[in-house]
Design a protein. Structure first.
Length: 131
């Protein structure tokens, strides 16, 4: 399967999807179900998600339809999602979806590197604690 799921950290605060090559929506939904099972079993109530797209291909067909579906059905324990290393096409789709700005899309972000993504999540957590 070209989408791999694993905990990013031993404390199980961040789960990581690694996309490798060409993938289908069925493969994504299978990986998502696997990730949801891990998130449900975690003791933390707010688990962030990194999606490493550096080695992934472009999106399968019907991306906007699937993004709309995904933005309206997330795990209750899912925190913020950061897409890392996306190509120009994915960034364009993201900007289009960002304009719609459904409640769940406000929790999806883009980053170029893992360091940038982790800094972003640290800022989000710091703001959540201080409010």
């Amino acid at each position: 399967m070209p989408i791999y799921i694993q905990w990013y950290d031993p404390a199980q605060t961040i789960i990581c999807f690694t996309v490798d090559g060409t993938w289908t929506w069925d493969e994504f939904y299978q990986a998502r179900a696997e990730a949801n099972a891990l998130i449900d079993a975690a003791s933390r109530e707010n688990v962030h998600c990194l999606v490493d797209m550096h080695r992934g291909s472009t999106l399968p067909r019907n991306a906007i339809t699937h993004f709309s579906k995904l933005s309206s059905s997330t795990n209750r324990k899912m925190g913020h999602i950061v897409l890392i290393g996306t190509n120009t096409f994915i960034q364009t789709i993201f900007r289009m979806m960002d304009k719609i700005r459904t409640q769940n899309m406000t929790r999806v972000h883009l980053a170029s590197t893992f360091d940038e993504a982790l800094d972003l999540l640290a800022q989000i957590d710091a703001n959540r604690v201080s409010t």
